[in-house]
Design a protein around this ligand. Structure first.
Ligand SMILES: [Zn+2]
Length: 82
């Protein structure tokens, strides 16, 4: 109960002062996931540069982009040595 109250309080504080977003996961040079250190809200930057709440849809897109980035880096390193 105390936890949900303090989270509620943090959310109210964030509404006034803004979220204290810190990068929680870097998908690629454009897309990053952020987490608020005060209220724990998760946000993501889209490929278009918009900051939006991290929904299931965006989480799936980001994980697909992560897979693509890994495959691309593997392909690039293979090209280097062939
Ligand atoms: Zn916040």
């Amino acid at each position: 109960m105390k936890n949900s109250y303090s989270k509620f309080k943090a959310t109210v504080v964030c509404n006034f002062t803004g979220h204290d977003l810190q990068v929680s996961h870097t998908v690629n040079s454009k897309v990053k996931e952020y987490c608020c250190s005060k209220c724990g809200k998760q946000m993501t930057k889209t490929i278009y540069g918009n900051l939006v709440p991290l929904t299931d849809t965006y989480a799936r897109i980001n994980s697909a982009l992560t897979d693509l980035a890994i495959k691309k880096s593997m392909r690039d390193s293979n090209t280097l040595y062939s």
